[in-house]
Structure formats: structure tokens, C-alpha cells
Design a protein around this ligand. Structure first.
Ligand code: SAH
Length: 243
């Protein structure tokens, strides 16, 4: 993860994915030595961010986009993956702006229960995908520096649904023990786990996944997306310091 004699060593890159422009644009503005790599369905931005060789990309919304993008990132040489974005808080007490660092991830919309599988279990796959311990620790330390927000570790539940009802949020908390709901993280996790590549998902709460979710999401998403960006930069600072 170092620059060798002025030339960037692209052999080991940290990938940073967001689903939407708002989740990566602030980081993209800081990317040095930028080169755009066009791949089927997505553009990867390769460059140096705060001294660290990275691949930065907006992967699009939902699990299919997230899986496709992650596959391209790994093929392009990513050796660690961070997802940064916003989510609906489903753990009681979570407030807009709070930050969730993933312990593990589940796909809450998978249902093969008719064949005897637990809700959320993809046949042939584990029931949840654990995030990397070291990246989690880095994310927690960096998130702790964001002023005025609370930080917690918790399970992230992903599905191809915008969760916007009290019952929906309650179900994710009761059935899966989820802290927050979003639409990409577990797909990134599944692809990374298959490839043996460490990952972590960092989500700022944009809404509480209940009946006010649409309104809150639209009001707060751009604001809280900045928190997640601060966490990523705090992680990069720790990586360059050798943490
Ligand atoms: N901004 C787009 C739609 C985004 S969909 C538009 O307005 O057209 C919501 C995005 O935010 C997804 O990337 C998802 O990961 C995250 N998200 C935030 N709150 C969520 C919630 N309550 N349920 C599911 N995903 C949520």
C-alpha cells in the first residue's frame, strides 16, 4: 500500500464503493493521479487518495449492481474492500446521522424457507458474512472521530427493497438482529468472502426505515453521506500511519 520511488504500486489496492454519487463524490474530488477504468456496466476510478492507492467507484443501487461492481474491483486488483454509504436504522434508538460499522451482513430478502432453509439463507452459502476484524477496528476508530454522532457495531441487513414501514424495520430487527437496512452490503460481502478478500461496510443512518423514511432519506442523505466519507479518510490516515 505504498508509493515506491514516485511510481504508484498498484499491486495492492484498497477498493472504496458507494452506491450513489453522493456517497463517493467528495472522495472522488480528492483522488490524485486519477485514471478511469471502463468496465462492462461500471467505471472504476483508480488513483491515490491521501497517499493510499485506491479503486473508487459508484456501483449503483441494489445487490446485483453491488455484486457486479465488486467482481470488477477484485479483478482489477483490489485486495481490501470498504463500502461507504447511507442506510435505514432499524435498531431502536438509532438516530439520523449515527454510524453503523458492520459486524456481519445478511440478505434479508432471500427466502428459501419452503425448502427448509432459514430466512435469509442462500443455499450453499453461510447464513451471514462476517466483516474483517482489522477493517472493523480501523472503521470504528475513524468513526469515533466524527463529531456529534454515535457509532455502533452491528449486523447490516441488505435486500432489494427500500424499507419504509415500522413493521418492515421491526421484522429486520427481530428476525435477523439487524442494526440497519440497506440495499448493497451483503452482496459485496458475499463476493468478497468467496474470493477471500477482507471487507467492511460503513453506513450512516439517513432515515429510520419507518413510515417517515422517504422524507428523512431525501432530507438527510447528502448530509450523512459526508459522515461516511470522513470515516473513510480517517481509515486511510490510519493505514498510511501503518495501523
Ligand atoms: N437516491 C435514489 C434511490 C436510492 S435507494 C433516488 O432517490 O432515486 C436508497 C439507497 O440508500 C440505497 O443505496 C440503500 O442502500 C440506502 N438506504 C437508505 N435508507 C434505506 C432504507 N430505509 N431501506 C433500504 N435502503 C436504504
Amino acid at each position: 500500500m505504498t508509493q515506491v520511488m514516485g511510481a504508484v504500486d498498484w499491486a495492492a489496492m484498497l477498493a472504496i464503493i458507494g452506491a450513489m454519487d453522493e456517497e463517493i463524490e467528495l472522495l472522488l474530488a480528492e483522488l490524485r493521479e486519477r485514471e478511469d477504468l471502463t468496465r462492462p456496466g461500471v467505471t472504476l476510478h483508480r488513483g491515490v487518495l491521501d497517499g493510499v492507492p485506491v479503486l473508487l467507484t459508484r456501483g449503483g443501487i441494489g445487490k446485483v449492481n453491488a455484486a457486479m461492481t465488486t467482481t470488477h474491483l477484485l479483478t482489477a486488483g483490489a485486495t481490501r474492500v470498504i463500502f461507504t454509504g447511507v442506510a435505514g436504522g432499524v435498531q431502536p434508538g438509532l438516530r439520523v446521522g449515527d454510524i453503523v460499522v458492520s459486524t456481519d451482513l445478511v440478505q434479508h430478502d432471500v427466502d428459501v424457507t419452503a425448502l427448509g432453509y432459514e430466512p435469509g439463507t442462500v443455499p450453499g452459502e453461510p447464513p451471514a458474512w462476517p466483516a474483517d476484524e482489522r477493517l472493523r477496528a480501523l472503521a470504528l476508530a475513524a468513526a469515533g472521530e466524527v463529531k456529534g454522532v454515535r457509532v455502533l457495531e452491528g449486523r447490516v441487513a441488505s435486500g432489494d427493497q427500500f424499507v419504509a414501514s415500522r413493521e418492515g424495520a421491526q421484522r429486520l430487527h427481530d428476525l435477523f438482529g439487524a442494526a440497519c437496512a440497506e440495499m448493497e452490503g451483503a452482496a459485496v460481502a458475499q463476493v468478497c468472502a468467496k474470493a477471500g478478500v477482507p471487507f467492511v461496510v460503513i453506513r450512516s443512518v439517513s432515515d429510520t426505515a419507518d413510515h417517515d423514511a422517504q422524507v428523512d432519506y431525501r432530507s438527510f442523505m447528502p448530509l450523512v453521506a459526508r459522515h461516511a466519507k470522513q470515516v473513510v479518510r480517517g481509515m486511510l490516515a490510519r493505514l498510511t500511519a501503518g495501523a
